[in-house]
Design a protein around this ligand. Structure first.
Ligand code: GLP
Length: 241
């Protein structure tokens, strides 16, 4: 794992977008792992800008998102299906059938988890995985625990994650308590990982993930063992390093 520190969030987004575009230039049919949350939004805006400028072509790209809430309709404005269309897919030339998110409304969530991992494997695995990080250092929705789960699975969201997600919903009762998330194995198997963290509220999680011991209690610390994991940080998120 390596990290790079930039002056501000805009530079982080430009650097992340350049790495994504260079991946797609090298391999037009790249398989990208995508994340939601506010951290990757400036990167997605930069990718849209590069697409509109004729620099990036996503026509052969395939994507798999990290996670989706359970029991939230895909059309709900807080669903990750909605988020991805709104923040990225509707603005670039990726065929919508090339984009994948787990189905949090599947009647059999275990079968959906197996299907999702098989679809990633069938696509040849993830070339480049974009990640954000939770305040408790969760990645995807792999929450701190005594043991981490390898494959896609149902995750019970921690109180701090439910609280962090509260800002997107009208009332606390509306915030989903469970999500379907790619597991740590799925993330660690990606050939390259870009973790984006900006803002002072991520400084502690970043410090523990980079300087602390690898621990399932700090899920992002597992990336210390990944040979091609890059943390792209602004100065505020890197403040404690
Ligand atoms: C959610 C997502 C994560 C994301 C995290 C942080 O929990 N499942 O993938 O990294 O939020 O979000 P933000 O970037 O808005 O702080």
């Amino acid at each position: 794992m390596q990290f790079r520190v930039f002056d501000n969030a805009s530079q982080v987004a430009q650097a992340a977008a350049l790495l994504v575009v260079s991946q797609v230039l090298r391999k037009p049919d790249s398989v990208l792992g995508l994340a939601t949350g506010s951290s990757p939004v400036p990167t997605y805006r930069e990718l849209i800008r590069l697409y509109k400028a004729g620099v990036a072509d996503f026509s052969k790209v395939v994507t798999f998102n990290l996670d989706e809430y359970c029991h939230l309709p895909q059309e709900h404005p807080c669903s990750y299906h909605y988020f991805m269309r709104h923040e990225l897919f509707d603005h670039i030339n990726i065929p919508i059938e090339n984009t994948h998110l787990p189905d949090g409304n599947a009647t059999d969530l275990d079968a959906e988890s197996v299907r999702y991992d098989a679809a990633i494997a069938d696509a040849g695995g993830i070339d480049l995985q974009i990640l954000g990080i939770g305040h408790n250092a969760h990645i995807g929705f792999n929450e701190p625990a005594d043991t981490l789960v390898f494959g896609t699975h149902v995750s019970d969201l921690s109180p701090s994650t439910i609280q962090a997600n509260r800002r997107f919903f009208d009332q606390e009762e509306d915030v989903p308590r469970q999500a379907l998330t790619m597991g740590m194995g799925g993330i660690m198997r990606a050939s390259c990982v870009l973790l984006i963290a900006t803002g002072q509220d991520k400084a502690q999680a970043i410090y523990e993930s980079i300087r602390g011991e690898m621990s399932p209690r700090v899920p992002a610390s597992m990336l210390q063992a990944h040979p091609q994991a890059f943390f792209l940080l602004d100065r505020k998120a890197a403040k404690l390093l």
